[in-house]
Design a protein. Structure first.
Length: 272
C-alpha cells in the first residue's frame, strides 16, 4: 500500500500496533550523510586513484581490506557520524511510533547509528549491514566501541580522525607486529591483483603505534563488507517478527540490496 502524504501515514498507523519499519540511506541524506549509489553519493565522489582503489566498491571489499586496510581508513572519517549530526525528522517520526507503543522493530540498512541517537531502544533496532558504532579485532576478536571513555575507544577515534589503521590494544602479548626500519608500524604493501592492470599503489600510511604486550591486530568496523557473510541475527529476528507484524513501512530505500530486498515477499500477505 504505497502512501506518501503524512496524513495518510498517520491515519494508517492508528489502526496497527505491530509496525515494522525498514529504513535506508534516504532517511539520513537530510542529515548531510551521503548515500552510496546516487549521482551525488559516496561512490560517485570517491577518488579511487588517490586511495589506490580499482573501483569504488573496493572500499568495502573484505579481501581488499584484509590485504590492505589503509585505503579504507584514509577515507573512514567521511563515514563516521560526528557528535554534531542530529537525527532527521524521519528518525524522530520512527521514534514517535515507539513512544506510541506501535513499533515492533526498525530494520535499518544504514550504518550511521542515528536510529539509536534519535532515542530508539537498542533492542528495537536491527542493523541489516552492521554498524560503525563497534569495531572488532581481525586477530583476536576483541570488540571496541567507537563512543565512550577509555584508552581503546580514544585510540580508535584518534586513528579514524587521523586516517590511520587502528590496532587492537587488548593485553594478550600476541598478535602480529609489523615495523619499519625506524620502528614505526606499517601495513605491508598489497600485492598486485591479477584483475588489475595498474601497478600497486604507493606505500600506505602508518598505523597506530604497536604496543608491547598488546594484540596489535587490525581493527575492522562491524559492518558487512562485500564477500562477508550477512549477519545471521537479521533473519532470526525477521522470523520472530513475522508472527506479529501487521504493517510494513519502507522509508529511504528501494529494497534492492540483500537481506532486506526480500522482506515484502517474506511477510504475510495480510500485512499492509
Amino acid at each position: 500500500m504505497p502512501l506518501t502524504a503524512p496524513k495518510d501515514i498517520n491515519e494508517l498507523i492508528e489502526n496497527f500496533n505491530n509496525i515494522v519499519v525498514v529504513a535506508g540511506a534516504g532517511l539520513s541524506v537530510s542529515c548531510g550523510i551521503p548515500d552510496f549509489r546516487s549521482p551525488s553519493g559516496l561512490y560517485a565522489n570517491l577518488s579511487c586513484s588517490s586511495l589506490g582503489l580499482t573501483c569504488p566498491e573496493d572500499l568495502f571489499d573484505l579481501n581488499f581490506f584484509n590485504e590492505d586496510p589503509s585505503p579504507f581508513y584514509k577515507f573512514s572519517k567521511e563515514l563516521y557520524v560526528g557528535e554534531e549530526v542530529r537525527p532527521s525528522k524521519g528518525h524522530e517520526w520512527i521514534r514517535g511510533l515507539e513512544e506510541k507503543g506501535k513499533l515492533l522493530r526498525c530494520y535499518t540498512q544504514n550504518i550511521d547509528g542515528l536510529e539509536i541517537r534519535a532515542g530508539l531502544p537498542p533492542p528495537l533496532v536491527v542493523y541489516a549491514h552492521g554498524s560503525l558504532s563497534t569495531s572488532s579485532c581481525t586477530t583476536c576478536g576483541n570488540r571496541v566501541s567507537y563512543s565512550g571513555e577509555g584508552e581503546e575507544r580514544s585510540a580508535l577515534r584518534a586513528a579514524v580522525s587521523g586516517g590511520v589503521v587502528p590496532l587492537c590494544r587488548r593485553e594478550t602479548g600476541g598478535g602480529k607486529k609489523i615495523k619499519t626500519e625506524k620502528g614505526t608500524p606499517k601495513i605491508p604493501k598489497r600485492p598486485l591483483r591479477s584483475s588489475s592492470r595498474e601497478p600497486p599503489p604507493p606505500p600506505p600510511p602508518t598505523t597506530t603505534p604497536v604496543m608491547q604486550g598488546r594484540c596489535n591486530g587490525v581493527l575492522k568496523p562491524c559492518v558487512t563488507f562485500f564477500g562477508e557473510k550477512l549477519l545471521g541475527g537479521v533473519g532470526k529476528m525477521l522470523r520472530k517478527d513475522k508472527e506479529k507484524c501487521d504493517c510494513l513501512i519502507v522509508v529511504g530505500t528501494s529494497l534492492s540490496v540483500a537481506p532486506m530486498s526480500g522482506v515484502m515477499g517474506y511477510l504475510d500477505k495480510a500485512v499492509k
